[in-house]
Write a protein that binds this ligand. Structure first.
Ligand code: CP3
Length: 344
């Protein structure tokens, strides 16, 4: 039977008259109701692990906007925490983790089989959402890609150039590769459990893929994602996967075939015309409005939104931002973007 949900149709390769739309970080700090619920939970991590409140914040943007998808409210750093890393968030700065700099640090991680003890509340959020979402809305689960998650586990925080991860790759490749393998296996188990709980699509975020070049890109971005996609499709035949190798640049070319992903999400460092010519020829693409338009709005937002829809109308396309919406965004601009995509 053909899919009814627009996102699933685009992921199956269908070119639709109007692209389906959702937004990275659609549940987030630009929404006052999100901030209120986070305050009720106490802090961001308590919110992630409180299934009822995480369900609530996932649904909040859908009450305001007619999005075609909901994305599970959680974080890519919950997997390291489930593997035994310490994790906390410093207000105004971002995540902090205990670091892995050598074999002893790697050996302290828990076995992959134990991650579910920590992650069970996340699966409960997925089950809640599968029961509560409007029938035309697609439920997206997600995880970080092994490379991006490893950059945080090695450095203990976000870094501008992922220097500590590159240093470990060079100085102790055996430990670095062991970490990538463990994260690959952990991500398979984590996403597989989300699918069992009701996720209809999964997305793999490789936010720092752009700092991997040439052979390193093949080994630590493409290969782990390919292994995850293949195993998920083996266990869950037909499950669609979106891969987001952010700032891959020319390496977006051929990424569908190399990774096995059904859809490649693109950032706003590439133009939609280039994407149409070089990436969409291989399958569904997602993207790629610059998120600063959600702050500035106006004619520029309308013009860029129309340009993206026009450039990508000849093939399967899911409209989205090029990266997550920021806390300083104006919620009215989100509505303007949606209206413009749907023909405004
Ligand atoms: O997209 C969604 O709405 C789903 C939920 C989601 C979050 N993080 C919630 C979140 C998703 C898909 C993520 C992915 C994520 N998390 C990535 C990959 C995507 C990307 O943005 O590149 C990364 C690198 C992380 C790690 C992370 N989490 C960082 C670096 C930060 C701090 C930066 C910031 O925006 O404050 C977070 C915190 C975070 N994750 C917030 C949210 C809503 C903000 C926390 C808060 O409420 O204070």
């Amino acid at each position: 039977m053909p899919h009814q949900k627009t996102i699933l149709r685009a992921l199956a390769g269908e070119t639709l008259p109007t692209p389906p739309i959702w937004m990275m970080r659609q549940a987030g700090r630009y929404l006052p109701e999100y901030k209120a619920t986070r305050a009720k939970a106490g802090d961001f991590l308590s919110l992630c692990y409180n299934s009822d409140l995480a369900t609530e914040v996932t649904l909040q943007p859908l009450r305001r906007y007619d999005f075609d998808a909901a994305i599970l409210f959680a974080d890519i750093l919950l997997l390291p925490q489930a593997l035994g890393a310490d994790l906390w968030f410093v207000t105004g700065e971002g995540p902090r983790l205990s670091t892995i700099t050598d074999r002893a640090g790697f050996d302290r991680l828990k076995p992959v089989a134990e991650i579910h003890e920590t992650l069970n509340p996340i699966y409960q959020t997925v089950r809640n959402l599968a029961g509560e979402l409007p029938k035309d809305v697609t439920l997206i689960g997600f995880a970080g890609a092994p490379w991006t998650v490893a950059t945080y586990m090695i450095a203990g925080q976000g870094t501008p150039d992922q220097g500590p991860a590159h240093a470990l790759m060079r100085d102790d490749p055996a430990v670095f590769e062991a970490l990538i393998d463990t994260l690959t296996e952990g991500t398979i188990e984590y996403l597989s459990a989300q699918i069992d709980a009701g996720a209809e699509v999964v997305k793999i975020f490789d936010s720092w893929a752009g700092s991997l070049k040439a052979e390193a890109f093949d080994r630590y971005c493409v290969a782990p994602i390919r292994r995850i996609v293949a195993e998920l499709k083996n266990r869950h035949p037909g499950i669609p996967v979106i891969a987001f190798p952010r700032q891959a640049g020319d390496a977006y070319i051929g990424f569908h075939a190399r990774s096995g992903a059904d859809c490649v999400a693109v950032d706003d460092f590439v133009t939609p015309e280039w994407v149409a010519e070089n990436v969409q020829t291989d399958g569904c693409v997602q993207g790629n409005l610059r998120s600063s338009h959600m702050v500035t709005g106006g004619d520029d937002l309308v013009r860029e939104t129309r340009r993206i829809v026009e450039a990508l109308k000849g093939g399967p396309h899911i409209f989205n931002l090029g990266h997550g919406i920021t806390p300083d965004a104006d919620p009215d601009n989100v509505q303007l973007m949606i209206d413009t995509v749907r023909g405004g």
